[in-house]
Design a protein around this ligand. Structure first.
Ligand code: C5P
Length: 302
């Protein structure tokens, strides 16, 4: 990646995919308890950071979905993460210029905003040469969103609690698989999908340990589910069309919705198959967003 001198620090914000997602209960505060296996795709946004005057926090938006975020005004997760980090450090005079290149569709179940917030926290710790201890950093992340803690590490992980309990898993068998992500352009607000679940909670069925062989992983995943898929389809039937198209596409061995939708993913035996599947889906549905690639292979060394 070439470095822009105005933004010397760059952090990838990879898409998060819930390979399965079981909703096992609800807390008194309305948040739901989850059992999920999360992986990260090579496809993602980019957060860059550079110096600015004392106390200044600026955000430039770029990329195909930049305009969709600009419409939200100033309260996006990258700026909230930056303000939160400054407050946690107790140094309000720290300043930064940030640039978010938005490749992932917004509010789409693939953790775009959460991964952006996590990448902003990592980028600003590097830019400012500051560290928060892991307890403080996790608390800050969770305050920004339930998916932000898992996005901080951006490695395959089991997620439990409301997203606050994150345990990285040895993901060697996952690493070679390909992912195709498909979003039909429909917006599904997360709280509405949880509400539509209406308290029909499922059992946790944690895939632990992860099988070593990719075929074993796919077989084990096929026996699991995303509990939010049916309520999401109830609210937004086009999600069923996305799943049907994925299931009928060459190279896709498993198709499922991610998070609260509307993005669905197809697992492919390898990266090349995922690239071919995404190209085929873009040809079939030019108005939909489809991206193929491998699993995210880790952050660049600082
Ligand atoms: O934390 P985040 O902002 O991503 O969550 C958005 C909304 O999704 C929450 O306000 C809540 O309604 C719902 N949610 C939930 N249980 C979770 C995560 C999110 O009920 N574990």
């Amino acid at each position: 990646m070439s470095i822009d001198p105005g933004f010397p620090v760059a952090e990838a914000a990879p898409a998060k995919v819930n390979l399965y997602l079981h909703v096992t209960g609800r807390r008194d505060d309305g948040y739901h308890l989850l059992d999920s296996l999360v992986a990260f795709a090579e496809t993602g946004d980019l957060v860059e950071a550079g110096p600015a005057g004392p106390g200044v926090l600026d955000l430039d938006l770029a990329g195909p979905f930049g305009p969709a975020l600009a419409a939200d005004g100033g309260d996006n997760l990258v700026l909230r993460a930056a303000r939160g980090l400054r407050a946690a450090l107790g140094e309000p005079a720290l300043g930064a210029r940030l640039r978010l290149t938005k490749v992932l569709p917004v509010a789409a179940g693939i953790g775009g905003g959460s991964s952006d917030a996590a990448a902003a926290l990592r980028a600003l710790c590097r830019l400012w040469r500051r560290e928060l201890d892991s307890v403080q950093l996790s608390a800050l992340a969770l305050g920004l969103g339930a998916d932000v803690p898992v996005c901080l590490g951006a490695v395959p992980a089991h997620m439990a609690g409301i997203g606050d309990r994150v345990e990285p898993v040895a993901g060697a068998g996952l690493a070679g698989l390909g992912l195709v992500l498909v979003n039909p352009g429909a917006h599904l607000p997360t709280p509405a999908v949880f509400r539509a679940l209406g308290g029909r909670f499922g059992a946790a069925d944690r895939l632990d340990p992860l099988p070593d062989a990719p075929a074993g992983i796919i077989e084990a995943l096929a026996g699991r589910r995303n509990d939010l898929e049916a309520p999401a389809i109830g609210q937004c039937p086009i999600v069923a069309d996305v799943l049907a198209l994925l299931r009928g596409t060459d190279g896709v061995v498993l198709a499922r919705m991610s998070g609260s939708g509307a993005t669905c993913f197809g697992l492919c035996p390898d990266r090349a198959a995922a690239l071919r599947a995404a190209a085929e889906i873009r040809r079939m549905r030019p108005a939909w967003w489809a991206a193929g690639g491998g699993m995210y292979k880790g952050r660049e060394a600082p």
